[in-house]
Design a protein. Structure first.
Length: 142
C-alpha cells in the first residue's frame, strides 16, 4: 500500500485551496483560510468605539468556499457539474483502468445529447411529416 501511495501520490502538493468534497478550486474572492486574520482586523476596527455606532460591512466578511460555483461555461451557457453523479456513473460502468481512460476521453452528460436539442427531445425524420409540412407551408403562404 505504501509503495502504491509513493508511486501514485493521491495528495499531490498544491498551493490552491480546494474543496475536498467537490474539487472546486478557490478564486481571489475566497478568503476563508484567513478567518483568524480577518477576525483580528474586525476586532481592531471596533475597539474603542461606541457599541451603537459599530457597523459591519459586507466587504469585511469572510467568504467561504461554498460561494464558489461548480458550473462550467459551454457555448456561453453555464452548466452545473455534479461530481458525485459523475463519479457514481464512472464507478458503476468501469471495469478496468483502461476503461477509465476511455470514459474520460468523452463528455460526461446526464442524458444522451444527440437525442435532445434546444426545444427538448428531437423527433425522428418522418416521411409523412415532410409531406404534410410542405402542404402546411403552402397553405400558410395563401
Amino acid at each position: 500500500m505504501i509503495k502504491w501511495i509513493k508511486n501514485y501520490k493521491p495528495f499531490p502538493e498544491n498551493f490552491n485551496l480546494i474543496s475536498i468534497s467537490t474539487g472546486v478550486v478557490r478564486d481571489s474572492r475566497i478568503n476563508c483560510h484567513m478567518v483568524k486574520e480577518k477576525g483580528i482586523l474586525g476586532i481592531k476596527k471596533i475597539e474603542g468605539t461606541n457599541f451603537y455606532t459599530v457597523k459591519f460591512r459586507r466587504n469585511d466578511r469572510v467568504q467561504p468556499l461554498a460561494l464558489m460555483s461548480n458550473a462550467i461555461k459551454v457555448h456561453n451557457e453555464n452548466i452545473s457539474i455534479n461530481p458525485t453523479t459523475l463519479f457514481q456513473r464512472i464507478s458503476i460502468t468501469k471495469q478496468s483502468d483502461a476503461e477509465l481512460e476511455d470514459f474520460l476521453k468523452y463528455e460526461q452528460s446526464p442524458f444522451p445529447l444527440p437525442v435532445f436539442d434546444e426545444d427538448g427531445m428531437r423527433t425522428a425524420p418522418n416521411p409523412l411529416y415532410t409531406k404534410l409540412s410542405s402542404h402546411v407551408h403552402s397553405i400558410l403562404m395563401l
